[in-house]
Each structure stands twice: as structure tokens, then as C-alpha cells.
Design a protein around this ligand. Structure first.
Ligand SMILES: [Ca+2]
Ligand SMILES: [Ca+2]
Length: 327
């Protein structure tokens, strides 16, 4: 900007007559005071335009985004809000109680602890009316923005004993929760629970609906009337018809499937064990997944910022959250 002004002043100072742009013919020798009032007005408008032009350009630029936010011990899940806040569940040490956290970050790298007590191994999270609902082993907890943690659904509230509660997703008044079963030993036995508005918990699907179901993990409610989920145990992608609970396998090859999020016609899936992130274009029939990121250490439950510009990837085994530009 400064350079542009210098160049323009220089150009004006070398002109004896400026007859175009409606400016009266004048002498202009390094003395702005001698410019006629019409010339002054034109200059003010011209520089004003430049300043206005520059600020508009600046406003439309993307905010500065960091590549990653370090120092979050075993992050599992991300929930990105339209106001720029991103909530992350931090497992801490696996199997150690009391060291779980909820951390708030933003793409510019800021980090703030929301809750650092009352959590064990927190995983999937969803924000509903300024409260964070997070799965934590065999319970679901509710966390207020000032860090108060209460049990929202206890282990005994589930109709089948949960083993490894994982993702949580909301659609209208219904909440879905995946239980990955015996994920740690690769023995499956997982299911998906449905929580109604009166907090009644029922089984949505398990292996009685499809023998292929082993360890349901990521959930997505983007498609009306359906719940989409991926399976950590076999890398399959499924969808459930929420009217008749019919399960249909719609994809495979996603390894130890974890994150599942839809944005702008694209479904993003992560493979935790092999450290990959896939993009699947759902607007084209029969399209194949494309690897958009690989070599990650435990790419877990991702989210896309509501402006569609960034994929937020908890990189669990690297103890960081990666901000991946989708441009
Ligand atoms: Ca822990
Ligand atoms: Ca997960």
C-alpha cells in the first residue's frame, strides 16, 4: 500500500498538467496545496478507493491458520463450530482415569482447556445448546463450557452393556452412539445405540441386523432418513435406513475406519491404523475414494469447519491436531 502511494505521488509530481479524470489543468511540483479543490476531491476519492480496496481484500482473506496444534495427549475427536471454536476430546493416557480433557482450539493455533477433571478416556463429542456431550468408555458425559462434568447416560442406562463407546452424532431430536465392542482385541461385537428425546436408550443395529457389523466407529447423520457409519474392525462403510433399520454396506477399504464427516458433496473418512484420510465424492455415482493425506500417526475422528475450508484431524499418536486446508 505504502509503495503504491509513493509511486502515485511520484507520477503526479512529474506532471505539469492533469487534464483527464475531470481534474483542472494545474501545476503540480511537490506541492499538494496547489491542487485545485476538484483535484483534491478526486485524489481523496482515489486514495479512499485504494484504502477501501485494500481492506476489502484483507477482509476476504482466510484467517491465518496453523498447520497443527501440538501438545494434546491422544486427541480423539473434533467438533468445529460456526463461530470458529473447535472442541477436542483429549484421552490422555489410555486406560487411565481422571486425566481426560476437553480442549478448545481454533485454526489460528489458540488453545484453552474447557474441562480437565471428571473425564477418563473421552472420545466422540457433539455440542448441543452450548453443552458438550462426550462418550467416555461406557458412559456419556455432559460438559458445560465452564468445565462442569456430569454423567448424562450411565453404563446401566444402556440396554446392552457397552464396552467401548466411540462416536456420537445428533439428528433432529435423536442422538446416535457407536459402541465399538471388543475393539482392542479385534473381536467386534459392537453396535449402535439410539437415544430418544426422553433419554431412553435402545439398540439401533448390531450383528443381528447385519453379520458384517463388527466395531462401528464414525457416525454421520448428513443424509435425511439414514445414519451412515464406518467400521474399525473391517474398514467397511454402511448406511442404516432409520425407518426399518435395514443395514446396507456401501463401501470398503477404509482400514481401521474412524472419522466420518460430510462436507460439500464429499465424504471424508480416516483410517486410524494406516494413518490415511480419504475423500469420496458422493455427487458422482460409483466414484472411488481418493487419498488426500497419508503417513499420519493415528488419524482419528475428524470434522470440517462450517465454512468448508479446513479439515480438522486429531492425530492421536502424534499428540496433535492437524488443520488441513481443503482449498
Ligand atoms: Ca485417560
Ligand atoms: Ca472415533
Amino acid at each position: 500500500m505504502f509503495m503504491i502511494v509513493i509511486v502515485i505521488l511520484d507520477r503526479f509530481s512529474n506532471r505539469k498538467a492533469i487534464s483527464h479524470m475531470g481534474i483542472k489543468v494545474i501545476e503540480f511540483k511537490h506541492n499538494l496545496k496547489r491542487i485545485s479543490s476538484l483535484g483534491k476531491t478526486s485524489l481523496v476519492l482515489f486514495f479512499g478507493f485504494l484504502v477501501f480496496g485494500c481492506s476489502t481484500e484483507k477482509d476476504s482473506q482466510k484467517p491465518m491458520a496453523v498447520d497443527s496444534i501440538e501438545g494434546i495427549k491422544s486427541p480423539e475427536s473434533a467438533a468445529a463450530m460456526s463461530d470458529g471454536r473447535i472442541f477436542i476430546s483429549e484421552i490422555g493416557e489410555f486406560g487411565k482415569d481422571g486425566d481426560g480433557k476437553i480442549v478448545q482450539i481454533s485454526i489460528d493455533g489458540t488453545k484453552k482447556i474447557i474441562a480437565d477433571s471428571g473425564l477418563n478416556d473421552p472420545k466422540g463429542l457433539v455440542v448441543i445448546e452450548e453443552e458438550i456431550y462426550v462418550t467416555d468408555n461406557n458412559e456419556v458425559k455432559k460438559v458445560s463450557m465452564d468445565g462442569n462434568v456430569v454423567v448424562w447416560i450411565s453404563a446401566g442406562d444402556f440396554p446392552k452393556k457397552p464396552k467401548f463407546l466411540n462416536d456420537i452424532a445428533k439428528s433432529d431430536e435423536v442422538i446416535f452412539i457407536s459402541d465399538s465392542g471388543d475393539l482392542l482385541n479385534g473381536k467386534g461385537g459392537g453396535r449402535i445405540f439410539r437415544v430418544d428425546s426422553d433419554k431412553k436408550v435402545t439398540v439401533l443395529v448390531d450383528k443381528s441386523n447385519s453379520k458384517l457389523i463388527r466395531s462401528p466407529n464414525g457416525l454421520s447423520t448428513h443424509q435425511d432418513g439414514y445414519l451412515m457409519f464406518n467400521d474399525f474392525g473391517n474398514g467397511f462403510l454402511f448406511k442404516v435406513n432409520l425407518t426399518d433399520n435395514k443395514v446396507e454396506k456401501i463401501g470398503e477399504g477404509y482400514g481401521s475406519a474412524d472419522g466420518l464427516v460430510m462436507a460439500d458433496n464429499n465424504l471424508y473418512l480416516s483410517d486410524w491404523k494406516n494413518g490415511k484420510v480419504f475423500k469420496l465424492d458422493l455427487s458422482k455415482e460409483g466414484s472411488s475414494p481418493v487419498v488426500i493425506k497419508e503417513g499420519m500417526e493415528g488419524s482419528a475422528d475428524m470434522d470440517v469447519t462450517p465454512d468448508g475450508k479446513y479439515l480438522v484431524i486429531p492425530e492421536m499418536k502424534a499428540n496433535r491436531v492437524v488443520i488441513h486446508s481443503l482449498d
